[in-house]
Design a protein around this ligand. Structure first.
Ligand SMILES: *Cc1c(COP(=O)(O)O)cnc(C)c1O
Length: 356
């Protein structure tokens, strides 16, 4: 029987090597939110744990519960979006406190519990998303009693423009973060995401929080990618067709063969996270050669023009993500970012974890 399942390969050795590279000479954790950027939070977290990672960041409480189940007790797991105190699922997961109301809820609970509660304090230094704003910071700086009962592990902030090193907001955020920390009790600091780790000493802290770079996305978009590729995706050819010039292909007849052509119909589509915006814009790799995607991306199928390569057979695989077509390349073709390519990777792929 022909194997007609698309195969998503996740190289855990490359992931671990990426973490060790970023951890060289400094302490970094790992952002494993959104199911480990779509690659599977449990195997990803276990591989990072084995590589030495002891600090994990997720967005949602349920994600933290899944990571804790995967890695066992001990390492810190912080919930970036926070959660209400006393949540029955919370266990030893640590909330990020993103405003004075969060702070008040947790200090009240700590007082009632009669014991300090661990937390991370988030200061907004220029994103206007989450974190204490300037007014809240002023109130806290004037009254450190607002922290009573909390066992603060870190004070953190998040960079808005770290992937654009020349952006003036970077330096402004570094200055604001240093100034904010100086007005608080002394605490370990957590600052840079992946790109921030490449911005230089002003962005150093006690705990970096890389995410995308671990998964092979280029944290320095203006320069060659210093990270190893982690993801491979290959989908099988279901049919080969010989079509006369003038034959339209796919929905909307958006591509018409300009010459007698050979096409390959492949089992992947936008329902698998192969974004519809890639229609007519992406390239596949067949036996080491690039083949253009033609026509629209359907829900379950895509078509490549294979006229100019040696005749393939049904069951042969076309590489959709690999060394010749990285998540960043696909993202550029789709008008998005590599993060969205990874977190969109579908549930129908057969997932194979290598290098564990
Ligand atoms: C997602 C996230 C990170 C990791 O960012 P990358 O750009 O993927 O390295 C770090 N910190 C916070 C607060 C985040 O939300």
């Amino acid at each position: 029987m022909m194997d007609i399942e698309a195969r998503l390969t996740i190289n855990l050795a490359a992931l671990a090597a990426n973490w060790r590279q970023l951890a060289e000479g400094r302490r970094v954790g790992a952002a494993v939110k959104a199911d480990g950027y779509g690659l599977g939070a449990p195997p990803v977290s276990r591989a990072l744990l084995a590589a030495g990672c002891r600090h994990f960041f997720v967005a949602h409480l349920a994600e933290g519960v899944a990571v804790r189940a995967a890695i066992g007790p001990g390492p810190m797991i912080a919930i970036l979006n926070g959660f209400p105190p006393g949540h029955p699922e919370a266990g030893d997961l640590i909330p990020v406190l993103n405003g004075l109301p969060d702070l008040a809820a947790w200090t009240t609970t700590a007082r009632q519990a009669g014991r300090p509660l661990p937390a991370i304090l988030h200061i907004d230094t220029g994103m206007a998303r989450l974190g204490l704003d300037a007014t809240e910071l002023n109130r806290l700086a004037a009254d450190h009693g607002l922290l009573a009962g909390l066992d603060l592990r870190y004070v953190m902030t998040h960079l808005a423009c770290a992937d654009a090193p020349e952006h003036p907001l970077n330096a402004r955020q570094a200055t604001r973060f240093a100034a904010a920390c100086a007005r608080l009790p002394p605490l370990p600091r957590s600052f840079a995401n992946s790109s921030g780790l490449f911005l230089g000493p002003d962005f150093a802290s006690d705990l970096g929080r890389p995410g995308c770079a671990l998964y092979g996305i280029n944290p320095t978009p203006a320069r060659p990618n210093p990270m190893r590729q982690v993801v491979g995706l290959e989908a099988p050819i279901l049919q080969i067709r010989e079509i006369p010039a003038g034959t339209p292909v796919g929905y909307g007849a958006s591509w018409t063969a300009p010459r007698p052509s050979r096409t390959a119909t492949v089992a992947a589509g936008y329902a698998d996270g192969y974004l519809r915006a890639l229609s007519g814009r992406a390239t596949g790799i067949l036996a080491g050669r690039p083949v253009p995607l033609v026509g629209r991306v359907s829900m379950d199928l895509i078509t490549f023009d294979v006229t100019d390569v040696p005749l393939p057979a049904p069951g042969d695989r076309i590489g959709l993500i690999g060394p010749g077509q990285t998540p960043d390349d696909l993202a550029t073709a789709a008008g998005t970012i590599g993060y969205e390519i990874l977190t969109s990777l579908g549930a129908r792929y057969r997932r194979e974890y290598t290098g564990a």
